[in-house]
Design a protein around this ligand. Structure first.
Ligand code: SAM
Length: 238
């Protein structure tokens, strides 16, 4: 890749916030998931979590449509920049987030929920967002540390889920910027390397994914450093 592109990717990686994420529970509309991934990229979220288990009622007739919402979304353009971790249950998703010492905030349209602007997002934080029609599950509410709400004073009961995500993410971004959290790189080098390869060499990344090849090292000039075996596997392997 060109030195300019390498520098641009390095710059975005230096602003990533590995301790801020969202978890999408059973979203079934790819354009919503896609819009949320774009907002995540815009505020520096590096990884999105998604729960895609099959056991929740969906307005979609074909379960495959629902299951692949996040995968379709990430295929719409942001996948080089924002990683996705898929979970098969809300329990395993929340367990993963809590293992990373994240406070888990569940968005819920309840009088008991606190105004989303009253939360400290400089703490490691995961924002749990619910399905377009049904909202978050009872189990998600039970597992979360706190319920948050975006105040609504009009006729409609709720916002579109991607709009809700963007509002909360930008409040988190505002607080983190004030706290100086965008002033020094926070993302580990292994994650940076994955994004440098995925974003700098998208066509090679596709081949690697298809063939199950490990991603190579990208040096400080934006050039791939890999041995002959790797190149041969890339060109001729199945
Ligand atoms: N009837 C559903 C309910 O009661 O939760 C509405 C779901 S809403 C359309 C889809 C998702 O958007 C919610 O699960 C939540 O994540 C988010 N959302 C929408 N409006 C919100 C608000 N005012 N406060 C917090 N989250 C909201």
């Amino acid at each position: 890749m060109s030195p300019e592109r390498y520098a641009r990717i390095r710059r975005l990686l230096s602003l990533r916030q590995p301790s801020l994420t969202v978890c999408l529970e059973q979203l079934y509309k790819p354009h919503n998931a896609s819009a949320i991934v774009r907002s995540c990229d815009a505020v520096g979220v590096h990884k999105v979590h998604a729960v895609v288990s099959e056991d929740v009622e969906s307005p979609q007739s074909a379960s495959g449509l629902r299951k692949s919402a996040i995968l379709k979304a990430t295929a719409m353009g942001s996948e080089h920049w924002v990683e996705t971790q898929v979970h098969t249950s809300i329990d395993s998703a929340v367990e993963t987030l809590k293992q990373q010492d994240m406070q888990v905030l569940v968005t819920n349209l309840s009088p008991a929920a606190v105004d989303f602007r009253e939360v400290d997002y400089t703490q490691p934080t995961a924002i749990l967002l619910g399905q377009e029609k049904l909202g978050v599950s009872a189990q998600a509410k039970a597992l979360a540390d706190k319920e948050i709400i975006i105040p609504m004073v009009g006729m409609v009961q709720s916002l579109n889920v991607s709009v809700a995500a963007a509002l909360i993410l930008y409040e988190a971004q505002r607080q983190r910027q004030l706290a100086g959290m965008y002033n020094k790189p926070l993302l580990d080098e292994a994650s940076c390397q994955r994004t440098l390869f995925a974003g700098g060499f998208p066509n090679l990344k596709k081949i690697c994914d298809r063939k199950g090849l490990t991603y190579p090292y990208v040096n400080s000039e934006g050039v791939i450093e890999a041995d002959d075996t790797w190149w041969q596997e890339l060109q001729y392997g199945n």
